[in-house]
Ligand binder design. Structure first.
Ligand SMILES: Nc1ncnc2c1ncn2[C@@H]1O[C@H](COP(=O)(O)OP(=O)(O)OP(=O)(O)O)[C@@H](O)[C@H]1O
Ligand SMILES: [Mg+2]
Length: 332
């Protein structure tokens, strides 16, 4: 059973508040499958939220999902049109970039993967959900500033290199303690998904997320149950050991781990034309083996030639990120 099957089924169901099918109202905002629990997770928009209509709609959906499609359960979030115009299209692919340790280049990988997906013709957004001092705006060389709000009161993502971006960093001033940020984060995640006017045709949303099974991970899991993840590590044992834990955390949350990216894998000496393994070797492969996934890329240690944090195709790291993007398009 796929989300397509569910969609087909739902499209015929009537939104009783306006007596039109969900296909006509474009009311199907998100379809996810929690395969472990055998539960379909749906976000449906109603034109008008009236108690009677709500009940009827929920009943019809539950009937379709459980009786007709055979799911054990269904979780339905009904939103009124006004609230929920902005969520990304249902076949947007969500990719969570995670790591065990800070400073291994998670944000660098998130930004560059997004950038090269974009270069390969995809519509891409970046979501920075890292509370522990998010570094995405820095990697992308963004000036401080708040997102604008559109005429409907929705947040407009900021844009860099033709990619949409939202960051926790846009909403905190200075160095607020992490605890305070944590408290804000739940509502921030909701704002990012439900109160933000993302491009309606997003192919990929790349999410720079803190590791583990913390609040953010759980919020993300609720909102996007079918997200997949990539684990970033360095070749160093200290990084790879915690990266394995991060990978297991993803697995526990039923996020399929697509593979591992080893960052700072070696220094590429342009003159000698050889690789220098400054931080040792094998960390990435070890993490991949442990999680039983592929090592997708090994990124060299080299400062970007043209930008603060983004690599272009005339540099080794840029070529590798471009290959990584192509691989991702192939497998996800
Ligand atoms: N392959 C690389 N070659 C050279 N410098 C790199 C590379 N990857 C990352 N860096 C640099 O290392 C630093 C940390 O990278 P980044 O901010 O991407 O890591 P992070 O894991 O997101 O860290 P944090 O935990 O602080 O968010 C940055 O200054 C970045 O420019
Ligand atoms: Mg970071």
């Amino acid at each position: 059973m796929t989300t397509k099957d569910i969609r087909l089924k739902l499209e015929g169901i009537i939104d009783p508040s306006v007596n039109k099918t969900l296909k006509e109202t474009d009311g199907i905002k998100h379809i996810g499958i929690d395969s472990e629990k055998d539960v379909a997770v749906l976000i449906i928009t109603m034109e008008k939220k009236e108690p009677e209509a709500e009940k009827t709609l929920k009943r019809e959906i539950a009937k379709a999902i459980k009786l007709d499609l055979g799911f054990k359960g269904v979780k339905i979030q009904l939103e009124e049109r006004r609230v929920n115009e902005s969520i990304v299209k249902t076949d947007t692919k969500f990719l969570i970039i995670t790591s065990g340790k800070g400073g291994v280049g998670k944000s660098t990988v998130a930004a560059n993967l997004a950038y090269h997906l974009k270069k390969n013709g995809k519509t891409v957004a970046l979501l920075d959900a890292d509370i522990y001092g998010s570094s995405l705006p820095r990697v992308l060389d963004m000036e401080e500033g708040y997102p604008q709000v559109n005429e409907k009161g929705k947040l407009i993502p900021r844009k860099v290199k033709d990619m949409e971006i939202m960051s926790t960093e846009f909403f905190v001033e200075g160095n607020k303690p992490v605890i305070w940020r944590g408290a804000m984060l739940h509502s921030m995640m909701n704002n990012f998904f439900y109160e933000t006017a993302w491009d309606k045709n997003l192919d990929y949303m790349i999410i720079d997320a803190p590791p583990g099974t913390g609040d953010v991970a759980l919020d993300l899991r609720q909102i996007i149950p079918d997200a997949k993840s990539i684990v970033v590590t360095t070749p160093h044992k200290t990084a790879s050991h915690v990266a394995i834990k991060a990978g297991y955390a993803s697995v526990k949350l039923k996020q399929e781990v697509l593979g591992v990216v080893e960052n700072m894998a070696y220094y590429y000496n342009e003159y000698a034309k050889e690789k220098d393994y400054i931080f040792g070797e094998g960390g990435g492969q070890e993490v991949a083996d442990n999680l039983e996934v592929k090592l997708l890329a090994q990124i060299p240690i080299n400062r970007p030639k043209h930008n603060v944090g983004l690599y272009e195709e005339d540099e080794k790291a840029g070529q590798i990120f471009n290959d990584l993007a192509k691989k991702i398009i192939e497998i996800y």
